[in-house]
Design a protein around this ligand. Structure first.
Ligand code: ADP
Ligand code: MG
Ligand code: MG
Length: 499
């Protein structure tokens, strides 16, 4: 994952015309020259703010930045101004969070459904097959997770064609940027308090964002439910992680607010140092683990050898709270997203008709590739679709010409190769000119935004301890790029300006 931008196609110094034209209605923006001067000042102030408030990532230019904390830091890429977002859609997205949380929990309990829905994918996707194997083993021993913790992020885009809020995906593992995302909201609020008048933008229209403290609270409460004062939280991490400060924000809150210690281990270290005692207790390097929080383990590259798979199985077998459990992880796959969008499937898991209607309204078109008609349409009009494999972390989807070529190739192949993918309706958000800051430089480009709403869910048997919407993440990307990963180098962090 790279934090450096891909070679920009079209870089332009911040121009001001678009800025003043976009000022809030009823507010008289200052003259063009004043605005340009303000923006230039803001770039430097913002970069300083990032440095002194920990809105930072490891710099790719420094080879040690992904392994040694405190070395080779650079401000995270960010948008200089918050992205406009209509209040009604904002409320709609926030309202969905606890419903999706509940849905994930309900679906996770139906092991047969998960296995059946993913059975064809399993034949052609090695990674999903390995996850399903672990899940199957847990089903075979009737493994029950009494304490269940979900730290989710449901991502949306506003479709300009239909003027509706449509879900891109629901992340149930390693939902990233609760730490840095909350900071960007603070950064924007600070900037607009000073420059909002000149720009005609009101800082109060940026919603508060407590994602970091609320995720830490959920982890802290899960730790408390486990009920062992000397136990720790285990954060499972990648061996190299330039996004470590996003994670350290949670570590820090956990320590300060709940007195809970977090240890960070890679999957390989867990396999080398971990054991499960006869009573199910997970012990790593002599320390009892109350909660396993995965910030790794979602991609095939996280499992370079059998050792990592053994570590995943070991933790799953233990009595520690897993965030996520193998079931929660599987519920977050693209295939399950597509299955849940089929008629009458939500009804199997949720009782409340209004909740079901709200969820369904946010579903874009989703199809399995055994639907010949839709495959034919996608080959004819590839730009109206996105082809998705069962992968996480950005950069895996297929678009346009590649989509057409891939479908034609897959059709010719024998067997179930189409079952590795799903097709999704392509969503078209409205593009706008935005000043983006990377490595201290500001450039304006045409961008589109994706809103992520965090949700935390914690239950212990029948007691629902937490079911919250908790903060948000806006990511803004150059509209010419298909994918939106910040860590993957396609997007910048942003916040919301309600309109
Ligand atoms: P991942 O789990 O890898 O993040 P996503 O489903 O979120 O997978 O897709 C990655 C990116 O691709 C999204 O952030 C978004 O920018 C883009 N994308 C995904 N689905 C669509 C869609 N239906 N329409 C338009 N863009 C999409
Ligand atoms: Mg994802
Ligand atoms: Mg995504």
């Amino acid at each position: 994952a790279s934090f450096l931008p891909p070679a920009p196609r079209r870089r332009r110094r911040v121009a001001c015309a678009a800025m003043s034209a976009e000022a809030a209605p009823g507010v008289e923006p200052a003259e063009a020259g004043t605005v340009t001067a303000a923006l230039a000042e803001m770039v430097e102030e913002a970069a300083v703010w990032c440095a002194v408030h920990g809105l930072v990532v490891g710099d790719r230019a420094d080879p040690r930045s992904g392994t040694v904390p405190g070395v080779g830091l650079v401000h995270a890429p960010f948008s200089l101004l918050p992205a406009r977002f209509p209040t009604s859609f904002w409320k709609q997205a926030c309202e969905l969070a606890p419903i999706f949380n509940e849905l994930v929990d309900r679906v996770s309990l139906d092991g047969e459904f998960l296995q059946a829905a993913l059975s064809r994918t399993k034949q052609v996707d090695e990674f999903t097959a390995r996850l399903l194997d672990i899940h199957e083993k847990m089903m075979a021993i009737n493994k029950e997770e009494d304490i269940r913790l979900g730290l989710h992020r449901s991502d949306y885009m506003l479709d300009s064609e239909t003027n509706s809020l449509l879900q891109i995906e629901l992340n149930t593992i390693s939902s990233s940027f609760p730490g840095l995302g909350s900071l960007v909201s603070e950064l924007h609020r600070t900037l607009l308090k000073q420059y909002g008048k000149v720009l005609g933008l009101d800082s109060k229209r940026i919603p508060r964002n407590w994602a970091a403290t609320q995720f830490a609270e959920a982890l802290g409460k899960a730790w408390a439910e486990y009920n062992n004062d000397s136990a720790v939280v285990l954060m499972v991490v990648q061996p190299e992680e330039r996004n470590m400060y996003d994670q350290y924000w949670l570590v820090n809150h956990l320590k300060e607010s709940y007195g809970v210690t977090t240890i960070r281990k890679t999957l390989a270290q867990v396999e080398a140092e971990g054991e499960v005692l006869a009573d199910g207790t997970l012990v790593i390097d002599g320390q009892t683990v109350a909660v396993v929080y995965y910030r790794a383990g979602y991609a095939p590259t996280d499992y370079p050898s059998e050792a990592e798979w053994r570590a995943r199985l070991l933790m799953e077998q233990s009595s520690a709270v897993k965030c996520p459990s193998i079931s929660y992880h599987l519920v977050g796959t693209k295939k399950i997203q597509q299955e849940l969008a089929k008629p009458n499937v939500l009804e199997r898991f949720l009782d409340n008709k209004e909740d079901i209607a709200k969820l369904r309204k946010s579903f874009a078109g989703l199809w399995s590739l055994d639907n010949e008609e839709i495959v034919k349409t996608a080959i004819e009009k590839p730009d109206l679709f996105v082809l998705k494999p069962q992968r996480e972390g950005g950069g895996n989807n297929i678009y346009g010409h590649d989509l057409r070529d891939t479908l034609i190739k897959l059709q010719k192949k024998q067997g179930e190769s189409l079952a590795a993918y799903i097709l999704m309706q392509r969503i078209f958000p409205k593009a706008s000119l935005t000043p983006l800051v990377r490595s201290g430089d500001c450039f304006e480009d045409l961008t589109i935004s994706e809103l992520g709403i965090y949700g935390a869910y914690l239950r212990n048997k029948e007691k629902v301890v937490l079911n919250n919407q908790c903060g948000y993440l806006m990511r803004t990307k150059v509209s010419s790029s298909n994918e939106g990963g910040v860590a993957a180098g396609f997007a910048v962090l942003d916040s919301v300006l309600l309109t």
